[in-house]
Design a protein around this ligand. Structure first.
Ligand code: RIB
Length: 298
């Protein structure tokens, strides 16, 4: 199974701060570093490092060489990457010493995905393949519709939440991977069990994986129901922890690994990522994940 991830690529400007800046306040950062990031790119890198075969579609701008390089280093297929005369997307990320983050994203080239490009990319994939998509590029609704016409399995990570999302054809999605905040936005429910129940009512054909931060994750797909806790680790920077989970989970599914085991690998990979700085830079390789699980003894 080939995976096509249609997703954002951002230059992450990461500022280490004592506390998040408040309205009307000017603060000094302790340091600033640039990292390749973007929810799309992070998830693609997680798939590649988990051992999946992944194509990345999306747009970079004139300043996007480091983003393309990041894909190539991990042997991601870049045949369909679009290079535009725009600035690349970028994110301004504040990270505190507790590892919490606050992120502003400017879409840049990620906002220039049009129908013609989508058609050109997706015509190379079919019902044997899987589309992964987040909500950080333009034209998400059209991409989902087109992928459905071509019979791809559609995995949607509704991140970040936007008002436009309710107009997407979400009934065509086969698997939702989302956190509690995103779940609440889609269902207006707060308790995990109610979020899952409501999602199943709204999108009966979809499988749901809901991540719950320190409480782990739950899965519901037809009659199958699973839950998994977390692997505790020191927190340095939580950026891309969710993306790492998503990429690992998808890769396991693409290799027909059973859901419970997929959750375990995804959870371990995400736990490693929070102990490291940056987005793509924090994502572990499968060998590290396996070693981490072995060392944890479960
Ligand atoms: O999920 C983390 C990502 O969110 C960062 O890499 C940043 O680019 C934003 O898209």
């Amino acid at each position: 199974m080939k995976i096509i991830n249609f997703g954002s690529l951002n230059i992450d400007k990461v500022y280490n701060v004592n506390n998040f800046v408040k309205a009307g306040e000017t603060i000094a950062s302790n340091s600033m570093k640039l990292f390749p990031g973007g929810k799309g790119l992070n998830q693609t890198i997680a798939i590649a490092r988990a051992g999946g075969e992944v194509y990345h579609a999306g747009a970079i701008g004139y300043d996007g060489a480091l983003l393309e390089e990041c894909l190539k280093v991990d042997k991601v297929k870049v045949d369909y990457l679009q290079r535009l005369e725009e600035p690349s997307g970028h994110a301004i990320i504040q990270v505190t010493d507790k590892g919490e983050n606050a992120i502003i994203v400017d879409s840049g080239a990620n906002g220039k995905i049009d129908n013609e490009y989508v058609d050109k990319v997706l015509m190379n994939f079919n019902k044997e393949d899987l589309l992964l998509i987040q909500n950080e590029i333009s034209n998400v609704g059209y991409i989902i519709k087109k992928a459905d016409e071509l019979g791809l399995t559609i995995v949607f990570n509704p991140s970040p939440i936007t008002k436009a999302m309710v107009s997407y054809p979400l009934d065509l999605v086969d698997i939702f991977i989302l956190n509690e905040v995103e779940g609440e936005a889609l269902t207006k429910k707060q308790k995990p069990v109610e979020i899952v129940e409501r999602l199943v009512q709204l999108y009966p054909k979809a499988k749901i994986i809901l991540t719950l931060g320190e409480k782990g994750s739950v899965y519901k797909g037809g009659d199958e129901h699973n839950q998994f806790g977390i692997y505790k680790n020191k927190v340095v920077d939580t950026t891309a922890a969710g993306d790492t989970f998503c990429g690992y989970f998808i890769t396991c599914l693409s290799k027909n690994i059973e859901t419970a085991l997929a959750m375990k690998y995804a959870s371990a990979a995400s736990s490693i990522s929070i102990s490291r700085e940056g987005a793509t830079t924090s994502i572990p390789y499968m060998s590290e994940v396996q070693e981490f699980i072995d060392n944890c003894g479960n």
